[in-house]
Structure formats: structure tokens, C-alpha cells
Design a protein around this ligand. Structure first.
Ligand SMILES: [Zn+2]
Length: 446
């Protein structure tokens, strides 16, 4: 075993056993021990005394649209991973669509890995995509190391990533279940969307009515039925409808292997406060009413919702028109997800330990990286965020590292300043200054 090179000391270290004063020893980029606060620093090791700033495991964001290559004017690996680092995220998993090519064959995966390799400021993994015509590519992609497969049950918004009808879903899911892979699903039922009033225009209420809760509920019910029938592992992406929660809870109680995530914007923004024409708030499924949001928080607290991920899905500013029907649907939140969620969590009486569980521990587990990411514990990568949780800042779009500085959070005052972020024992950003990119490309390990 190598000698300890670095000790990070804080009065508040978030460990799997709780928050306590501790000294965290690091050798070769790995945590070797979590020691008492005043443990002697080994000879030759550097001490980094963080005072009362909180040391937490780097966040693991399993839902990010990097769009590189192909739509790099929307985002790219350089800018997305810098934004992630600035926000305390040390691992992200890239969605298979909005890049060209999409990650739907092993060749396409290789192309994306090549593009990401020397631009990644944080560790990067990849989801594959399940399309109507690529069932034969799923097993090779699984073996090449994607963490699972994304499918849409309604139109995705880009032509090169068509959605699955019910028969195609059954076929893809049967193939994925055959190697015990994971299917992650954008669950909105296209028939319910078609039947909803499609007004268009700048009124947020009209947009909300065009993506009703029952479109989500129906798609999730169908997905759960398929998962039950095939004993397959499925994950509901960006859950917005609180009406689907009883169904999810019941399925899990029955032993169906279904997990669910929600996003910072569903937890911190409400339909009532979205100004008409403000399509920086447009995403699908949509931000819903305050009463719906209360139930999402309850579901996080009781474990019906497993985790919180950004669904960072930017575009250029010109695509964010004031017509909600045609504006690009996607919210940029990568750099702000930790303070946004923490601000609302603390208001509702949750601790930072809860936020770490939702945004790091459980997301790492979702992609099988637990054991390596998502906890300050011996044997884990020395990935950390250092947070001043009681300090506030006002969101200034100009301070964002996202390629396009369009944000639904502009002007909000948030709790939680990320002082620095560490990847495998190296400080990769501190006070807005970045090192050269040293992120690694991750593949599924079990
Ligand atoms: Zn997404």
C-alpha cells in the first residue's frame, strides 16, 4: 500500500455513518482511512485544513446531456465537465441523445469516448440508447461498458433518436433483461399527449395542460407491468407527476425492480411562478404545481424516489423562444444543482446527509459505481466537494461555465458555496480556477 500523501481535515465530514469531525487520508487517489479529527498527520503527507467547511463525497450526476460531438454549440465535454466541477460534481454519466451520433452502437460509443477523453474535467461514463431498430446493438454496447440504456416512450425532440412503441419496448426490454442490464425510461404516454389540448403560445398554464400528469402515470404503469413480466430492471427518469408515486411504491413493495429519480427543477421551482414566455423553464415532463412538489419531497424522504439528478439539457439561447410549444425543452442546471437542492432541502428540514444520499450515494449505486464513488469511506476514490453550506450567493448567469448561460435560476439567492472540488486526491477547481482536465472515462464494472 502506498504512503499517505494528503490528509483533508474538517470539523464536518459526511461519512456513511453520519457527519463528524474527521481527517481523511488519501494515497494514490484513493481514500485509505477516515481517522479521528486530531489524528497525527503521517510524515510526508500534506495537510489540507478545511476548518468548518463541509467535506462531502463528490456528487454523481447520472443524467447529463453533453451533446458532444454534433451539437457542441449547445454544450460540450469541456464546458459541461467544468460546470460539473464548479458545482461539486465529480462524476457524470452522459445521455445517449442530442449528440450526433447518438450512443446507439459500439462505433458511436467509441466516437464519443474519443471526443471526451482529453476534455473531461471530471469522470465521465456513458448511457447507451435503445431505438426501434438497434436491438442487436444492445448486448455489444453492454459489453463495451455503457451503464444501461435509455428509451423514450414518446417523441424525444430529435429525429435521430426515435421513441419505442409498446411492442418495441417489450422487445428491447426482453433483450436487456437477458443480460440483466438496466433500462432507463423517459415515461410519457404519446396517446395521452396527443389527446391533451395543444394550445401553443407563451402561456405556461397552456404548456402544463399539454403534458398532463396522467401521461406520465400511464407510461409508468405500462413500464412497471413490463418490468414485472420480464423481471427486468427499469428506472424512471425525471419523475415529475406525484400521482405516479403510489404506483411506484406498490410495485416496489411487490418486488418489481424499479427505481426513480427526480430533478432539482421539479423540487425547487413551481408552475405558479413561471412567467409566461419564459421558456428557460420548459422541460418535459414539465415543472408542476407547488402541491405536486410537496409530494415529490415526501417521496424522497420516504425512499419512493431514490435520487436527484440534473437532466442538464441545454440548447443555444435562440431556441428558447417565447412559444412553449416550439421552444427547446431542457433546463440547464449542472453547476447549480447542489445549492438549488440544498437550499430547498434545508428549508424543509432535511440535512446535507440527505442531499448527499440523493445526489451521490444512490446515483453511484444506480450505475453500479458504489464501492468506488458516492461515499467518504476507505477504498473509495478521493472525490470530494468542499461546501460552505450556510453561505449564500445570487445566481449570475455570467458566472456559469455552461456553454450557453441560459438558466431558470437567474437572480435566485441560494445557500451553499462550493469552495473546491477534488478528483482522486487532486483539487480540480478552487474559487473559479481550474486545473487541466484529468477526468477518466468510466465503464460499467459489474
Ligand atoms: Zn434528459
Amino acid at each position: 500500500m502506498s504512503d499517505v500523501e494528503l490528509v483533508l481535515r474538517s470539523t464536518r465530514v459526511i461519512t456513511p455513518e453520519g457527519t463528524r469531525p474527521a481527517s481523511v487520508a488519501v494515497a494514490d487517489g484513493t481514500i485509505t482511512a477516515v481517522l479521528p479529527y486530531d489524528a497525527p498527520v503521517p510524515g510526508g503527507a500534506r495537510l489540507e485544513d478545511l476548518g468548518d467547511d463541509v467535506l462531502l463525497p463528490g456528487l454523481v450526476d447520472t443524467h447529463v446531456h453533453v451533446n458532444d460531438p454534433g451539437r457542441t454549440e449547445w454544450e460540450g465535454f469541456w464546458t459541461a465537465t467544468r460546470a460539473a466541477a464548479a458545482g461539486g460534481i465529480t462524476t457524470l454519466v452522459d445521455m445517449p441523445l442530442n449528440s450526433v451520433p447518438p450512443t446507439t452502437t459500439v462505433d458511436h460509443l467509441r466516437t464519443k469516448q474519443q471526443v471526451a477523453a482529453d476534455k473531461a474535467h471530471v469522470d465521465v461514463g456513458f448511457w447507451g440508447g435503445a431505438l426501434p431498430d438497434n436491438v442487436k446493438d444492445l448486448r455489444p454496447l453492454h459489453e463495451a461498458g455503457v451503464f444501461g440504456f435509455k428509451a423514450f416512450l414518446s417523441p424525444s425532440g430529435v429525429d435521430e433518436f426515435p421513441h419505442l412503441d409498446q411492442e418495441q419496448l417489450a422487445r428491447s426490454l426482453a433483450e436487456i433483461a437477458a443480460f440483466d442490464g438496466l433500462l432507463i425510461v423517459h415515461a410519457e404516454d404519446p396517446h395521452h399527449l396527443d389527446a391533451a389540448p395543444q394550445q401553443g403560445g407563451p402561456k405556461y398554464a397552456d404548456f402544463l395542460a399539454s403534458r398532463p400528469r396522467h401521461a406520465e402515470d400511464s407510461a409508468i404503469a405500462h413500464l412497471v407491468d413490463q418490468a414485472r413480466r420480464l423481471d427486468a430492471r427499469v428506472h424512471v427518469l425525471h419523475l415529475s407527476s406525484s400521482d405516479a408515486l403510489p404506483l411506484l411504491a406498490a410495485a416496489r413493495a411487490d418486488g418489481v425492480r424499479v427505481t426513480a429519480e427526480t430533478c432539482p427543477h421539479y423540487l425547487t421551482l413551481t408552475a405558479e411562478e413561471v412567467p409566461d414566455g419564459a421558456s428557460e423553464f420548459k422541460c418535459c415532463p414539465p415543472i408542476r404545481e407547488a402541491a405536486n412538489q410537496d409530494l415529490l419531497w415526501q417521496a424522497l424522504a420516504d425512499g419512493t424516489i431514490d435520487c436527484v439528478v440534473t437532466d442538464h439539457s441545454p440548447s443555444t439561447a435562440d431556441l428558447k423562444t417565447d412559444d412553449f410549444a416550439t421552444a427547446w425543452g431542457g433546463i440547464s442546471g449542472l453547476q447549480l444543482s447542489l445549492p438549488a437542492v440544498w437550499t430547498e432541502a434545508r428549508r424543509r428540514g432535511h440535512g446535507l446527509e440527505d442531499v448527499v444520499r440523493w445526489m451521490s450515494t444512490r446515483t453511484a449505486a444506480l450505475v453500479g459505481l458504489d464501492g468506488r464513488k458516492g461515499a467518504i469511506a476507505p477504498g473509495h476514490d478521493a472525490d470530494f466537494a468542499v461546501l460552505a453550506p450556510d453561505e449564500t450567493f445570487t445566481v449570475d448567469p455570467a458566472a456559469l461555465q455552461h456553454r450557453n448561460r441560459v438558466t431558470a435560476y437567474a437572480g435566485r439567492t441560494l445557500y451553499g458555496v462550493v469552495r473546491s472540488t477534488w478528483l482522486r486526491g487532486r483539487r480540480i477547481v478552487a474559487d473559479g480556477a481550474f486545473t487541466e482536465p484529468k477526468g477518466r472515462l468510466l465503464t460499467r464494472s459489474h
